[in-house]
Write a new protein. Structure first.
Length: 70
C-alpha cells in the first residue's frame, strides 16, 4: 500500500468514527478550529497529516489513535 492509499484509508476511518459520534463535517471542523474543507480533505486522503495531528484528531473524537489504523 502506498502513502496516498494509507491516508485515504485512515481518512475513511476518521469519517466513520466522526459519524458514529454524531458530528457533521462542519461541527467537527468547528471543534478542531479548522475549516470544513480541511475535514473533507482529511477524510478523503487529500490532506497529509503528522502522527501528532492524528493523535489530536483522536483526542477530539475521544478514541485511541490506533482506532484509525485498524
Amino acid at each position: 500500500m502506498n502513502k496516498k492509499e494509507t491516508y485515504r484509508q485512515i481518512g475513511k476511518k476518521i469519517a466513520e468514527i466522526r459519524k458514529n459520534k454524531g458530528y457533521t463535517q462542519e461541527t467537527f471542523a468547528e471543534l478542531m478550529d479548522k475549516s470544513w474543507s480541511y475535514v473533507a480533505k482529511l477524510e478523503t486522503g487529500g490532506q497529509n497529516f503528522s502522527i501528532g495531528k492524528l493523535i489530536d484528531i483522536a483526542e477530539y473524537l475521544n478514541v485511541d489513535y490506533k482506532s484509525f489504523l485498524n
